[in-house]
Design a protein around this ligand. Sequence first.
Ligand SMILES: C[S@@+](CC[C@H](N)C(=O)[O-])C[C@H]1O[C@@H](n2cnc3c(N)ncnc32)[C@H](O)[C@@H]1O
Length: 444
Amino acid sequence: MSKPPFPPRHPPAGRGVPGLAARALAAKAVAGVLGQDQALEDAFDDASLEARDLALARMIAGVSMRRYGTIGTLLEKLLAKGMPRKSGPLEAILITAAAQILFLDVPDRAAVDLAVRLARGDDRAQAFSGLANAVLRKISAGKEELLAAIPPEADTPSWLYKRWSAQYGEATAAAMAAAQRVEPSLDLTVKADAAGWAERLGGRLLPTGSVRLAHNGPIRALEGYEAGAWWVQDAAAALPARLLGDVAGRRVADLCAAPGGKTAQIAAAGATVTAVDRSAARLQRLGENLKRLDLKAEVVTADILAWKAEPFDAVILDAPCSATGTIRRHPDVAWSKSARDIGAVADLQRRMLGRMAGLVKPGGLLVYCTCSLEQEEGEAQIARFLEGNADFALEPVLPDDIGGIEGAITPGGMLRTLPSLLPDPDPVMAGMDGFFAARMRRKG
Ligand SMILES: C[S@@+](CC[C@H](N)C(=O)[O-])C[C@H]1O[C@@H](n2cnc3c(N)ncnc32)[C@H](O)[C@@H]1O
């Protein structure tokens, strides 16, 4: 599908028409991802909507991106002449309206009417408001039949699906694509008494130690948030720091640390942590998170490609990556990345890893991790690192390190979680992000 032109000129706020402002914001957010590679979440940062409308806009935009492949295929089928050119926000309006009709509990009539109003309110889209009305009514009238003709993998970009089939095999790629179509649960890492918090919050204690809740409302309203008893962290994201073992009393460097999920884990485990990140804004969030959790770390704003320090007992490097493992939580990532991005981040990761040897004491541990499903950013990086650093040896991940999920350990002894792991009869309670981690020890 073509990308919507920019900037979309949406009507001011649709004052007086209930629900219009939420739809306008959802369409703007989707247009931002598709046309400008903006992160979906950034669209909601400065939005001045009431909490209810903001939540609705987020939900509509989220499902629009999660099911963008399906919706795009349908629109291509129904628009005989393709998406009209120079139609401004029309495409984003259609995508977000189709998402409501097909996947949300919103009256179809309201979704269609508000989409037509939005189109009429934009000088580039208004000529196509009749077309929008006709297409959306067709979707509403034939939804079951239209959806039945689209395969589940349509919601994963084909370049990515091909890579996953080649890396993991067709059946696993299909299971991963299917898992990403479901809005995931909320996972928490707790400071202490995970079983007690699972019970108190009506959640479930996972074998890995995380607490899982079927919750998609505001986080701050949950018990224990203000008291700093837990933080939000996908079950898979909580595993790499566990590979450091017992860090109590150790000096540990957390590199590429913000917003601090792993810093909090390591500090809560009793280590003296140095958290390094080059983004001051993200480190500010790390500071706020640690303050709420009543945890401490030395915080350093620096580029780790240049940063020097006395060697540590252990180092964890959570390198910047293509983030393809986070698509179930951030479905926009699927549509804003390309194969080229993988090559670029892999090169940066290689350079970062190249500096790690000097930061680990003899006998100390190095854990490298990324939230990517791409082997160039994982297994291949470690193979290259070990080839060039004979004083490091892989220390294989053991089932006990990760709550016994043997399916997450590669034949080579590295951690490789997939969205299709942790199956559950309730799809919302299933799955985990795609993460890679390897543990290496520097010879003493
Ligand atoms: C995957 S995120 C880290 C997530 C974090 N470890 C956590 O668990 O919450 C990657 C981080 O790398 C940081 N980063 C990217 N390039 C960097 C560099 N050259 N030096 C230091 N930090 C960098 C980014 O600012 C970003 O915060």
